[in-house]
Design a protein around this ligand. Structure first.
Ligand code: PLP
Length: 360
C-alpha cells in the first residue's frame, strides 16, 4: 500500500494526467485480480467501504429496484443469526413496506433447504443467507439454498465477509447474484470491501455523485486500500488449503484441550462444516463479564460480535442459548500466525480463569 499513499497519489477518475492514469491502471488490475479469484468479470465487482456498505447496497439497492420493476414491495427472507449489517437494513426495508421473514437456525446453527422452501411465497423477491457465521463459524449450504431460488425470480444475496480468503469461493458455484466482501477479514486494511453484482441484477445506488463504479457507488476510490485488499486476497489464496488444515488442527487442539480440563463446557454451532479458525464455547453457570475481565490481560477474546452494542449475542440466542448462557460464552478466533504454544497458553489461561471463578 505504501507507494500509493506517498508517491502515486493520483485520483483514478482523473484521466487527463499521468498520475491519474497510473492509479486507474492499478485499480484495473486489482479489480481484475479480485474478480478472477471469484470467477467473475471485472465489471461485476463494485468497491465499497466494507461489508456493511456492501450488504446495505445489496439489500436496499435490490429491494428498492424490485419495487419499481415488480410494481410494489414484496417479501424478503433471511436468517435470525445474520450479522447486524444484514438484519438492520432488513428492518429499514420493513419500515418501507417490505414483508420480512427471518428463519430460525437449527440448534447446530445451520438452516435447511426445507426451511427455506417452506418460507418462500409467490411474492418473495430476495433471500439473504451468509456463507459463514461471524460468531459460531458454521458454514451454510449456500449452493443448495441458491438452487431453490433459481427459475423462481428470486435473487440470492450472501454475506461472504467471513468466508472469502478462508474458504474456496466461486460465484457461479455459489449461485448468488449478490456477494458481499470485506478486506479486514482476510488480513487486509479496514475500510474497504466490495459487492459482487452479477450481470443483469437490478440495483439502485444508495448515493449519487461522480458516477464512479458504474454509477452504483459514487465517490473517489481509496487507491491504497484497494491495493491492500487485492494484495491481501492474493496472499490469503496462496496458502489457503495449508492454512486451513493447520488452523483446523490447532482449533481442534484448543477444543479438545479445553473440554478435557473443563468437562462442563459446551460447543456452540456444529463442529463441521465450520470455519477452521473459529471456536465458540459456553461455560455454564459462570458470570460472563467476570470471565472476560479475568481473561483480558492475557487473551483478546469476546462473547459476541464487535457490532453487537453490548447486548448478549443474538446469534447464540437464535440457536437456543439463554441470555445468561450467551453472556457466559467465548468466541475464540485463530489467526494466520497462531502457533501450537499459543493454543496451550490459551487453554491454560482459560482453565485457570474458570477454576478461580468457580471456587469463589
Ligand atoms: C459477517 C459479517 N458481515 C459484515 C461485517 C461488517 O463488515 P465491515 O466491517 O467491513 O463493514 C462483518 C464484520 O464485522 C461480518 O463479520
Amino acid at each position: 500500500m505504501e507507494p500509493w499513499w506517498r508517491e502515486q497519489w493520483g485520483n483514478p477518475s482523473s484521466r487527463q494526467h499521468r498520475l491519474g492514469l497510473t492509479a486507474a491502471a492499478a485499480i484495473g488490475s486489482a479489480r481484475e485480480h479480485l474478480a478472477g479469484s471469484l470467477g467473475i468479470r471485472s465489471e461485476e465487482l463494485i468497491f465499497t467501504s466494507g461489508a456493511t456498505e456492501a450488504n446495505n447496497l445489496a439489500l436496499l439497492g435490490h429491494a428498492r429496484a424490485r419495487t419499481l420493476s415488480d410494481g410494489g414491495a414484496g417479501h424478503l427472507i433471511s436468517v435470525a443469526s445474520e450479522h447486524h449489517a444484514v438484519l438492520d437494513p432488513l428492518l429499514q426495508l420493513q419500515e418501507e413496506g417490505f414483508q420480512i421473514t427471518l428463519l430460525a437456525p437449527q440448534k447446530d446453527g445451520l438452516i435447511t433447504v426445507e426451511q427455506l422452501e417452506q418460507a418462500i411465497q409467490p411474492n418473495t423477491q430476495l433471500i439473504s443467507v451468509m456463507v459463514a457465521n461471524n460468531e459460531i463459524g458454521v458454514v451454510q449450504p449456500i449452493r443448495d439454498l441458491s438452487a431453490v431460488c433459481r427459475n423462481r425470480g428470486i435473487t440470492m444475496h450472501t454475506d461472504a465477509a467471513q468466508a472469502y480468503g478462508h474458504l474456496p469461493l466461486n460465484a457461479e458455484e455459489l449461485g448468488c447474484e449478490l456477494i458481499s466482501l470485506s478486506a479486514h477479514k482476510f488480513n487486509g486494511p479496514k475500510g474497504i470491501g466490495a459487492l459482487v453484482v452479477r450481470a443483469g441484477t437490478q440495483l439502485q445506488p444508495l448515493q449519487w455523485g461522480g458516477g464512479q463504479e458504474q454509477g452504483l457507488r459514487a465517490g473517489t476510490l481509496p487507491v491504497p486500500l484497494i491495493m491492500g485488499m487485492a494484495a491481501a486476497a492474493e496472499l490469503s489464496m496462496q496458502d489457503l488449503e495449508d492454512r486451513q488444515a493447520r488452523l483446523q488442527a490447532l482449533r481442534d487442539q484448543l477444543w479438545e484441550g479445553l473440554k478435557d480440563r473443563n468437562p462442563t463446557i459446551q460447543l456452540n454451532g456444529a463442529l463441521q462444516p465450520r470455519l477452521a479458525h473459529n471456536l465458540n464455547i459456553t461455560i455454564p453457570e459462570l458470570s460472563g463479564s467476570r470471565l472476560l475481565r479475568a481473561l483480558r490481560p492475557r487473551l483478546a477474546c469476546s462473547s459476541g460480535s464487535a457490532c453487537s452494542r453490548g447486548e448478549p449475542s443474538h446469534v447464540l440466542r437464535s440457536i437456543g442459548r439463554s441470555h445468561i448462557e450467551a453472556e457466559a460464552s467465548l468466541r475464540l478466533s485463530l489467526g494466520r500466525d497462531t502457533t501450537a504454544s499459543d493454543i496451550d497458553g490459551a487453554i491454560e489461561v482459560i482453565t485457570t480463569a474458570i477454576q478461580t471463578l468457580t471456587q469463589r
